[in-house]
Design a protein around this ligand. Structure first.
Ligand code: KG4
Ligand code: ZN
Length: 338
């Protein structure tokens, strides 16, 4: 089965072709980061308009690059939520209209399900069940994944998401938006000069809280008589140490609690080198295995949506071409929506 995947939930237009026999055939992405960086965050109306501008040319180009005729597509998977309603509407309406015109089924996909299944795009895939650490701009969750659509949230953030904490800290250091990857590059030049808090590190629960860490960085930044590049690098290093220590500690705790052997990391913060290194080392030392998507599939992309669509086609393929986007769709509500 050949699935066309469409992602348009936020500020990336992602398109992919996934074949259930051959795997990922190709994917393409248009990022709106430059468009929004002037405003210091995503402007929803601009995001929708930009998706409209790029979505059809990207599909055309991907089909052309892979020498695939549109008539060979068997079904169309698209992100139906959560995300920005206008942005979701662009992908959803195009996907349903295209599926209708081709007389093929459509598959609405939950964006976070796409993220948590993304490690299955790799040759070395995790098998079910596993623990997923989902760390993105809007989410920080530990999830018990028993199979497709069988997700139980084990831990969640009580305030800021991990990506949000990276972005806010990056902003305080003048690194622009979104600043997660810039902060991580700057941290490579720093060292552990400051001892920042590791919120909820010693608790037994699996929830996270990062707003106190962000406030501690703010206080530290204000105290500096001279915020030189070297000082910023040390702050970035110390912040990254704190947040990755907490994420890894809770991940190992979740593995022990579930008695599973495998953990997957996904979402934009999953691209963080320090987090990947620490999780690999600590998992190995406890006889667990950590799986990651390639860096390009940690952040938003069409490949994870095409894959999730292919994996849940038997559960949620539909032929009525009706659609409603779900900006606040919870992962735990995934089954009840179909
Ligand atoms: O999954 P994603 O692309 O979009 C959402 O669904 O939110 O995640 C974006 C988040 C942003 O907060 C960004 O700063 C963060 O992922 N991010 C990183 C890195 N690359 C992206 N955070 C830390 N280190 C990175 N290398
Ligand atoms: Zn995402």
């Amino acid at each position: 089965m050949l699935v066309l995947g469409i992602e348009s939930s936020c500020d990336e237009t992602g398109i992919a072709l996934y074949d259930t026999e051959k795997g990922l055939l190709g994917h393409t992405l248009h990022s709106q980061v430059k468009l929004h960086s002037f405003y210091g965050g995503v402007v929803p109306e601009l995001a929708s308009r930009d998706h409209i501008k790029y979505i059809i040319p990207l599909i055309d180009q991907l089909l052309k690059d892979n020498s695939i005729s549109i008539n060979l597509i068997d079904s169309i998977a698209y992100t139906a939520g959560p995300g920005l309603s206008g942005a979701l509407l662009v992908g959803s309406s195009l996907a349903e209209a295209l599926a209708y015109s081709l007389n093929i089924p459509s598959i609405p996909v939950h964006h976070l399900e796409g993220h948590l299944l993304a490690p299955m795009l790799e040759d070395d895939k995790p098998s079910f069940p596993f623990v997923a650490l989902l760390v993105s701009g809007g989410h920080t969750q530990l999830i018990d994944v028993k199979g497709i659509g069988q997700y139980k949230i084990l831990g969640d953030t009580l305030d800021d998401a991990a990506g949000e904490a990276f972005d806010k800290t990056a902003k305080l250091l003048g690194l622009g938006y979104p600043g997660g990857s810039a902060l991580s590059e700057l941290a490579d030049k720093g060292n552990a000069k400051y001892d920042l808090p590791r919120p909820l590190f010693h608790t037994h629960g699996l929830d996270f809280s990062f707003s106190g860490l962000k406030t501690a960085v703010l206080t530290l930044v204000k105290k500096q008589p001279n915020l030189t590049l070297a000082v910023k690098a040390n702050i970035a290093f110390s912040f990254q140490e704190s947040i990755t220590d907490v994420l890894v500690k809770k991940s190992i705790q979740a593995l022990k609690q579930t008695s599973y052997n495998n953990i997957v990391i996904s979402g934009g913060v999953g691209a963080n080198k320090k987090l990947r290194e620490k999780l690999i080392t600590q998992s190995k030392s406890e006889n667990f295995r950590a799986y990651f998507p390639k860096l390009e599939f940690c952040t938003d992309n069409g490949a994870m949506i095409a894959l999730a669509g292919a994996l849940r086609a038997h559960l949620s393929s539909k032929n009525d071409y009706k659609f409603s986007v779900q900006p606040r769709w919870k992962l735990s509500e995934i089954e009840s929506n179909f």
